[in-house]
Design a protein around this ligand. Structure first.
Ligand code: FAD
Length: 366
């Protein structure tokens, strides 16, 4: 198929969601049907940028509250990442959750998604306050390796990357050209992008510690009872470099502060050492203190199509609505943002859904 006859798709956003959508879109015969460009302010190599969430994630598959819509995405993503274990990008991770709550097992809707799930017998050796412990295997990633890998996959399939901050849907609509499609995978950017301006989008601040801790080889988290404010206690081992782990953390809704709070860091460290005594061994080295903002959305992620009349109408740009009738055009926009604390573990399922929605809205697929 000649390049001109391909549908032009511009993906706005190069976090795990934009990149995974690009991957699904260019799979199989997608490569010959779509001419894909990724446009973003922060690129997969900008791994120290706090302008996006993806570099700062754990990142692993960990059970969240049950949600029927997200369940399918999470199951699909788990299976996909599990199959990637032989590549070395994904770690088959022994895992343990300590429940201080009583209802741990009724809530274990995810026990058939993870592998080797089992409830540990209560032989009297449980830590204080812990009512039950479950063990299983999950998948763990290192975003600083995984994001560049996703980008290299897309480049090998002919996807172009343009590093640029975009102010409005109109600007990206221009890049898509006539009959082109825009995918809006801007995370927190969806709040201020003119033409989207989604005020449901908000940050959940996550402060973490990266460390070399060769003796801490299990994913561990604690489900406290009652919930302890904004604190979260977890340790996630990474597939590489050897011995690297991420220790968390905080879960501070509506907090935009990207600076490290050393008082919080000390609390994170003390909580982690209490549940993972191996951290206190002399080999351990703290490597960095980090803050990332999870791009959450009230009501959950937005994955849907919208036909946007351009010039689009922003709340603060009324002059655009005065444009001549002849200048107007309709652009198909597929939104995919608002994944909050679970962008990695929903990525492959959500990307499949976004691409399905895109195809359903193109005349040639109808
Ligand atoms: P982002 O990664 O934020 O990417 C947004 C992209 O859009 C960037 O490229 C940005 O530059 C671009 N963009 C935005 N606005 C514009 C604009 N106007 N112009 C041009 N470009 C723009 N998830 C898990 O599944 N498992 C975990 O264990 C996990 N742990 C986490 C721990 C922490 C501490 C944090 C902070 C997050 C964690 N997450 C985890 C959540 C996960 O990181 C996010 O859900 C995910 O990264 C969101 O990806 P995204 O692509 O939607 O957004």
């Amino acid at each position: 198929m000649a390049i001109d006859s391909k549908t032009r798709v511009v993906i706005l956003g190069a976090g795990v969601i934009g990149l995974t959508i690009g991957h699904v879109l260019t799979e199989g015969d997608g490569g010959s049907r779509f001419n894909v460009t990724v446009v973003a302010r922060d690129m997969p190599e900008d791994l120290s940028s706090q302008g996006f969430a993806s570099p700062w994630a754990g990142a692993n598959w960990s059970p969240m509250q049950y949600d029927e819509r997200l369940h399918g995405w999470e199951r699909h993503t788990f299976d996909k990442l599990w199959d990637m274990i032989p590549t070395g990008l994904v770690l088959k991770c022994p895992s343990r959750i300590y429940f201080e709550t009583q209802d741990a097992f009724g809530a274990a809707w995810w026990k058939d998604i993870v592998r080797d799930f089992r409830v540990l017998p209560d032989d009297g050796g449980l830590p204080p306050d812990v009512n039950s412990v479950v063990e299983f295997h999950t998948v763990c990633l290192n975003p600083t390796l995984y994001l560049p890998w996703l980008k290299s996959q897309l480049e090998a399939r002919g996807v172009n990357f343009v590093k640029r901050r975009i102010g409005s849907l109109d600007e990206i609509g221009e890049m898509a050209g006539d009959a082109g499609v825009v995918i809006n995978a801007t995370g927190l950017g969806a709040r201020s992008l003119i033409g989207v301006e989604d005020t449901k989008v908000h940050p959940i601040r996550g402060q973490t510690i990266t460390a070399y801790a060769p003796n801490a080889t299990e994913f561990i988290t604690v489900i406290p009872n009652p919930p302890k404010g904004d604190d979260a206690t977890y340790l996630i081992p990474r597939p590489a470099p050897p011995g690297s782990v991420l220790i968390g953390g905080t879960f501070q809704t509506h907090n935009w502060d990207t600076s490290v709070n050393m008082h919080t860091a000390r609390e994170i460290w003390q909580r982690a050492v209490a549940v993972v005594p191996a951290l206190a061994e002399p080999e351990t080295r703290i490597l960095s203190h980090n803050v990332g903002l999870r791009p959450a959305r009230e009501g959950g992620p937005r994955v849907e199509a919208q036909v946007v009349e351009m010039p689009s109408k922003g709340e603060l740009v009324p002059r655009l609505s005065d444009r001549e009738e002849g200048q107007k055009k309709n652009v198909l926009v597929v939104h995919a943002y608002g994944f909050g604390p679970a962008g990695y573990q929903q990525s492959w399922g959500a990307a499949e859904e976004a691409v399905k929605i895109l195809k359903e809205n193109l005349p040639e697929y109808k």
